[in-house]
Design a protein around this ligand. Structure first.
Ligand SMILES: NC(=O)C1=CN([C@@H]2O[C@H](COP(=O)(O)OP(=O)(O)OC[C@H]3O[C@@H](n4cnc5c(N)ncnc54)[C@H](OP(=O)(O)O)[C@@H]3O)[C@@H](O)[C@H]2O)C=CC1
Ligand SMILES: O=C(O)[C@@H]1CCC=N1
Length: 267
């Protein structure tokens, strides 16, 4: 039997999840977004069934995926609470920072609530997800369906809610850190006279190759870095400069800022 997932908010993340789930034959995707062109694009590209309103999407769904910005979650859940109370439904929220007790309060106490933190590589089936399955009203069937569905979009970590802010700062926001570093490497390449296309192609291959090596090697990440740093060579000159500029400490502090912001969003 097919499960119906109603996705409300079809932007960066909601759209990515719809694209990723569209290949599954055990799922019907229904969606609603204020922006009609987003619904149309996903209807044409992924077979999403557009709903006329958020309430209609909820009424049709077994699982309601809330994929709007954190500040829009409360009004959305309050508006749809009567439809959510119809029984057998489950709320899945990907909003950063908003805790399950708040989600439950907005949605009404009878509906089970699951917090999920995705990241954008889910668009290409290479996401990293945290999922919190602590709601005591969740059935084993719902838990199994959710972890299986997310598994088709990437790696899934079942976490306690108290670890969500750390996961959000590390993996939810993480793709932006990686792209930021990639941009800087591309700028360096252009500075040294490579064309932007050359520098971009080389940087993409550099990152995917390095990640493949990190994944497939038994060696620690530090050892993989040391293997590149020849004595008195080019790389040690670069990494010494990074250390002198406190790049590592700055990255740790940047991720901590994201962590603090995630905690703040939950207040
Ligand atoms: N982007 C990311 O990498 C990640 C995002 N998240 C979380 O995902 C959520 C969505 O983020 P993101 O996809 O980037 O945001 P986007 O702004 O790209 O998408 C949100 C969409 O929801 C629409 N929307 C807002 N309110 C409603 C409503 N009541 N009914 C229907 N549609 C509505 C918005 O329309 P309009 O623009 O007209 O308001 C917009 O199209 C956030 O809560 C964020 O914390 C989590 C992990 C990663
Ligand atoms: O920046 C944000 O708030 C969202 C949550 C994690 C990634 N993007």
């Amino acid at each position: 039997m097919k499960s119906v997932i109603g996705v409300i908010g079809l932007g960066n993340m909601g759209g990515a999840i719809v694209r990723g789930l569209s290949g599954r034959d055990d799922v019907t995707l229904v969606g609603y977004d204020h922006n009609e062109s987003r619904m149309r694009e996903l209807a044409e590209g992924c077979g999403l069934e557009p709903a006329a309103s958020a309430v209609e999407a909820v009424e049709r769904a077994d699982y309601v995926l809330v994929a709007v910005k954190p500040q829009h979650v409360k009004p959305l859940l309050k508006e749809t609470a009567p439809a959510l109370a119809q029984g057998g439904k489950c709320v899945l929220s990907i909003a950063a920072g908003i805790m399950t007790d708040k989600l439950r309060k907005y949605a009404g106490t009878s509906v089970p609530v699951v917090r999920i933190m995705p990241n954008t590589p889910a668009m290409v089936g290479a996401g990293v997800f945290a999922v919190c399955l602590e709601d005591e009203n969740l059935t084993d069937g719902q838990k199994a369906f959710i972890t299986d569905a997310l598994g088709s979009l990437g790696q899934v970590h079942v976490l306690g809610e108290r670890q969500f802010d750390a996961f959000t700062a590390l993996a939810g926001s993480g793709p932006a850190y990686v792209f930021y570093f990639m941009e800087a490497v591309i700028e360096a390449g252009v500075t040294m006279g490579l064309t932007r296309t050359q520098a971009t192609d080389m940087t993409k291959a550099l990152f995917s190759g390095s990640c493949k090596l990190a994944e497939e090697s038994d060696r620690h990440i530090s050892v993989l870095r040391e293997m590149v740093c020849s004595p008195a060579g080019t790389t040690i000159a670069a990494t010494n400069h990074m250390d002198a500029s406190a790049v590592r400490a700055s990255i740790v502090e940047a991720v901590r800022k994201a962590y603090e912001r995630s905690i703040e969003l939950g207040k």
